[in-house]
Design a protein around this ligand. Sequence first.
Ligand SMILES: *Cc1c(COP(=O)(O)O)cnc(C)c1O
Length: 179
Amino acid sequence: FQVNEEMVLVSNGADHVLNLIGQAFINEGDEVITGEPTFVTYETATRIMGGSIIKVPLNNFKFDLTAIAKKISDKTKLIFICNPNNPTGTIVTDVQVNNFLEKVPDNCVVVFDEAYAEYVQEKNYPQTIKYIREGKNVILVRTFSKIYGLAGLRVGYAVGPKHLMDILRKVVEPFSTNK
Ligand SMILES: *Cc1c(COP(=O)(O)O)cnc(C)c1O
């Protein structure tokens, strides 16, 4: 990604990274929005912190970013977008993400779970790193588990702007993946 080291956090699998994001950003009473059906950790990471999860049904097997944007309230802290979505294998496109991010307020962090990014062939798959370089409140999460078949090693990582990664690093326990 050609970013500074301080914009990267490596930990015990993407699953753990998602939980760290929950610990870092969710307080009791906060709202978190995602799609349904999607990867389960967004909900568990939210509930563990006392947040409430809002699940917006997929539209034609895809994350419905227009419907998700309409659910944003002043309590919304995080939005988890699984792209490609597990279990449907569908993507949201660069144009859709661009339009969506324009509607997201500054006090809200958008997390793109890109566990399957390396398999995507569509040319209009969003380059989320672009928003991160611009300093937007966007974090991308990836993993060695799928494309490298190394799920047993437990290596996942987040990339985000320094101001968010500094917060994320505060909740990392001292003995996670060595790096
Ligand atoms: C597999 C998967 C993860 C978790 O990956 P690990 O790095 O093994 O924890 C996270 N998100 C999605 C969408 C996945 O499919």
